[in-house]
Design a protein around this ligand. Structure first.
Ligand code: GUN
Ligand code: ZN
Length: 464
């Protein structure tokens, strides 16, 4: 690379309309669960990503690509780094950032002891603002550029989230959590009708404003009355064509499933509860799906739902174990992405989830390759959210959201990677080591919003 450095200009303050980012570039084109591995990705050992007006203009080998674009200025060059699509986190709770890592209990006790009291604090807009600010710094420093995020009951929690997302210009999905029974008074919706109307007015305010997208979010079946689930289903279906989502939890733990069966005796299964209320559809995203019956997978497939695999959360809470080979069964595949599920999950890093996902698979004698893992973390996550035509790969026309992975984040990692050959061997080592500083930079809409090695690490969209 050194002989070609005449193209490199650095230290420019203004952002040119067309700019180039140079380094090793990895991107995904097809699903490796169903296609030949070699057809699923492109890797350029000396690559160039050309960006214009927030979108990918071109990507390819450096020499070839720079020749095609005479006015292009290379603004950033990364040695020993891999530029890849920004990570997509398909399920997490920003409102649980203040209680991540709380000591021990299983799902339902953990919710009552730590989660609900914490979420009750989000009626206070300043608490929500403070948490949203910290949350975005965490996910951006881990290379996540799009996430499907639970807020909580209060409109304040939704506003705080989207306001911070707007400051960075990130593509995000969130919505008011609908929950009108079986939880403490301070957090509980008082009326099914009013709660769904409140959700609708937040949808009107935020859906399609810039890059923000709205989800109808019943927390999970046990915390909603029949009336609330029915109205949520109606709201979702009437706005599905506008790109509105439905986001909930499903089949995470044994006693949760028993509870659902006792609350909804008429349903054939937990998944069937959601189906009966019209909550399954192509923009429905179901978190966990650890303890599924075959008929439930078939139902999710038939409705085109996406699922989020949240391994660190499942291990931490001692839930069931997700079976990726069942989710991706070619006879009835389901779109599958990765979720950190903060604060059941133990960190904000999608990369680290891949390390955990590998271990969960191995507990069941199934190994998840780095290619499959990184696909799920990027393009597969985008497909789970039906956004693969906009994000999740570095391809012309897509939004220029990228993560720069450092291949020598520490002295030891640099030394260790000398003994690995292929890019996927190296990425596998990094996911397994799970170091906190693996991401060197994060780009949103072509702008660097996070730079690990800069004094001011984060910058909002209006700051150049
Ligand atoms: N099920 C219902 N609510 C939650 C939650 O906040 N976290 C997890 N992991 N599961 C849930
Ligand atoms: Zn969750």
């Amino acid at each position: 690379m050194t002989s070609k450095k005449k193209h490199i200009q650095s230290g420019k303050d203004e952002v040119p309309t067309m700019k180039g980012i140079r380094g090793q570039v990895l991107t995904f084109k097809a699903d490796p669960f169903f296609h030949d591995e070699k057809d699923c990705y492109d890797f350029y050992p000396d690559g160039l990503v050309a960006v214009r007006d927030g979108k990918i203009l071109d990507v390819g080998h450096f020499e070839e690509t720079i020749r095609k674009h005479p006015g292009l200025t290379v603004t950033d060059t990364y040695e020993d780094c891999v530029i890849m699509p920004g990570f997509v986190d398909c399920h997490l709770h920003y409102v649980q950032s203040p209680m991540i890592g709380s000591y021990g209990d299983t799902l339902l006790n953990w919710l009552n002891t730590y989660t609900f009291p914490t979420e009750a604090k989000f009626k206070d807009k300043s608490f929500a603002d403070m948490t949203a600010k910290m949350f975005f710094r965490q996910i951006l420093s881990q290379g996540t550029t799009t996430a499907n995020v639970f807020a909580t009951t209060f409109a304040e929690s939704v506003d705080a989230f989207f306001e911070e997302s707007e400051r960075y210009g990130t593509r995000m999905i969130s919505g008011k959590v609908l929950q009108d029974r079986n939880l403490p008074d301070q957090l509980r919706d008082r009326s099914a009708e009013e709660s769904v109307m409140a959700s609708e007015s937040l949808m009107t305010k935020w859906h399609g404003r810039g890059r923000q997208m709205y989800a109808v979010v019943p927390r999970f079946a046990p915390t909603s009355t029949d009336a609330q689930l029915r109205l949520a289903g109606e709201l979702y279906r009437s706005h599905l064509d506008e790109g509105v989502y439905m986001h909930t939890h499903l089949d995470e733990a044994e006693n949760e499933i028993e509870w659902v069966a006792s609350l909804f005796p008429e349903a054939m299964s937990y998944t069937d509860v959601y189906r009966r209320f019209g909550l399954l559809g192509p923009r429905s995203v179901m978190a966990h799906c650890c303890l599924m019956e075959e008929a439930e997978w078939q139902m999710l497939h038939d409705h085109g739902c996406g699922v989020a695999h949240c391994p660190s959360s499942n291990l931490f809470l001692g839930d069931g174990q997700f079976k990726f080979w069942e989710a991706k069964d070619p006879a009835r595949p389901c779109r599958t992405g990765i979720g950190t599920d903060v604060g059941g999950g133990t960190n904000f890093s999608v990369l680290r989830q891949l390390g955990e996902a590998y271990k969960v698979g191995m507990l069941q004698s199934q190994s998840l390759s780095a290619l499959k893992g990184f696909y799920m973390a990027t393009r597969g996550g985008a497909a789970t959210l039906r956004l693969e035509d906009r994000i999740g790969s570095i391809s012309p026309g897509n939004e220029a959201d990228m993560a720069v992975i450092d291949l020598r984040p520490t002295e030891f990692a640099e030394w260790r990677l000398r003994f690995s050959e292929s890019i996927f061997d190296k990425l596998f080592v990094l996911q397994t080591l799970g170091l906190d500083n693996t991401v060197k930079a994060t780009y949103v809409g072509g702008r660097k919003v996070y730079d690990r090695d800069r004094d001011e690490r984060f910058s909002y969209a209006d700051k150049r």
